[in-house]
Design a protein around this ligand. Structure first.
Ligand SMILES: [Zn+2]
Length: 105
């Protein structure tokens, strides 16, 4: 484990999260490749959809499923050499289209 992985959950920004996911899974994810990793990501989105339908008040299960979706999306970004910080930054000034908060599109 690298020193950069030692973040408490409370102070982990999305860049640190991506580093941790890479430290934890990158070798395996690289071997699997983009296409199969994308399939896993979509399956996790499906699991989130099922949990929302099953019980939208079960915040513990929803947190787990959202965490899995975020982890798989982040893995996919790493395989495609996309920094998640850039993905988040796109929304830093509000709506990326109208640049308003709240959106006025
Ligand atoms: Zn807008």
């Amino acid at each position: 484990m690298s020193a950069r992985s030692n973040h408490s959950a409370d102070d982990m920004g999305i860049g640190a999260f991506q580093t941790t996911i890479e430290d934890t899974y990158f070798d395996r994810d690289s071997a699997r490749g983009v296409d199969r990793t994308f399939t896993w990501f979509v399956e996790e989105v499906g699991e989130l959809a099922k949990e929302i339908r099953r019980d939208p008040r079960d915040t513990q299960r929803l947190t787990e499923e959202m965490s899995d979706v975020l982890a798989w999306l982040t893995t996919l970004a790493s395989l495609l050499d996309i920094p998640m910080t850039e993905c988040a930054r796109r929304y830093a000034d509000g709506c990326p289209k109208c640049h308003r908060t709240p959106c006025e599109c």
